[in-house]
Design a binder for this molecule. Structure first.
Ligand SMILES: Cc1cc2nc3c(=O)[nH]c(=O)nc-3n(C[C@H](O)[C@H](O)[C@H](O)COP(=O)(O)OP(=O)(O)OC[C@H]3O[C@@H](n4cnc5c(N)ncnc54)[C@H](O)[C@@H]3O)c2cc1C
Length: 284
């Protein structure tokens, strides 16, 4: 049984027979409860009327909060070398941006900054957080990483969602860090049910510890890695491109690839010329 058989893109599709009957964790009175969804969750979707957001997986999202600069910023940052400044973009600017991208003249792209609000499973956040170069890039690489995250020291984690996948991918034999494009056989959904039951037990224990007076900062130790976390992330266009190139690669974990694709979709309208020069098929 293959997870994505017969589909052009290598992700569990909306109408895949293998994805039906997905189990979702919902919140009810602060305790996670299990319901069976009538339709599988979309892997990436645009909510109606909100083109600055992409929902990802069952409860995740990426929202573009703010931007600094655009293609004109890149152009003027480069043209200042010649004492020139433009107020409108033309074909010469598209050529200039392509030239800068092709020859890795990165600094003009660093003047463009984008801020996102992200909600991702904890294990995705751990991978995301390895991208330490964010808003600043001074003499050498900087670790001025613009990242602010919800704290389980302040907030009771019973409020948090848990990610339940549409199915379980098989472990690769020859690549220790990878999964295969094959589902683990689970025709009656027993493995998935066990996964959900385990999450529910962990949340129940967490709740019990908190109600017994245990500090939230210690009680969180029993929570699973599929718990969702939220953060604000600001990065330069260069850092974003690096993130997208590394995390949309087939070698990256499937779940973070979806978030990287969502970022890609949100960046394109902000810097269409730079986007195509850096990530798309720029005209020669
Ligand atoms: C498929 C995959 C598997 C991975 N597996 C693991 C793993 O098993 N364990 C693990 O710990 N990590 C792992 N990582 C994380 C990886 O090692 C990087 O930390 C992460 O991808 C961030 O990349 P980056 O340093 O390019 O990003 P950023 O931190 O955003 O850096 C951007 C760029 O700045 C420059 N830069 C950053 N820091 C410096 C510096 N100190 N000196 C000079 N230049 C610098 C580099 O050009 C870099 O590409 C994995 C990443 C991928 C994509």
């Amino acid at each position: 049984m293959k997870p994505h058989e017969g589909h052009a893109i290598d992700r569990p599709p909306w109408d895949c027979v293998h994805c039906k009957g997905t189990l979702h964790l919902n919140r009810l009175g602060g305790i996670a409860t299990v319901t069976t969804a009538t339709t599988p969750h979309a892997e990436i979707a645009t909510p109606a009327g909100d083109n600055r957001t992409r929902t990802v997986l069952d409860h995740g999202f990426v929202t573009l909060i703010d931007t600094l600069g655009g293609d004109l910023t890149v152009v003027n940052s480069a043209r200042v070398s010649f004492g020139k400044r433009k107020t409108e973009l033309d074909d010469k600017d598209a050529k200039l941006i392509n030239y800068l991208a092709k020859h890795q003249h990165w600094s003009p792209f660093r003047h463009v900054q984008l801020q996102f609000h992200c909600k991702v499973p904890e294990f995705v956040a751990r991978q995301w957080y390895k991208h330490v170069v964010g808003i600043a890039y001074s003499e050498g690489a900087s670790i001025d990483h613009a990242w602010n995250e919800v704290s389980m020291r302040y907030v009771n984690a019973s409020e948090f969602d848990l990610y339940v996948p549409n199915g379980f991918r098989q472990q690769s034999d020859d690549n220790k860090q990878a999964s295969l494009n094959e589902w683990v056989d689970d025709p009656q959904g027993l493995l998935r049910q066990a996964y959900v039951d385990h999450c529910r037990k962990a949340l129940t224990l967490y709740q019990k510890l908190v109600e017994s007076g245990v500090a939230r900062e210690q009680a969180r130790g029993v929570l699973p890695l599929n718990i969702y976390t939220e953060f604000y992330w600001t990065a330069s266009l260069q850092a974003l491109v690096n993130f997208i190139q590394l995390r949309t690669h087939p070698g990256a974990q499937y779940e973070i690839r979806l978030f990287a694709e969502a970022l890609q979709q949100l960046i394109e309208p902000v810097v269409p010329m730079s986007y195509h020069a850096l990530l798309g098929q720029a005209p020669a």
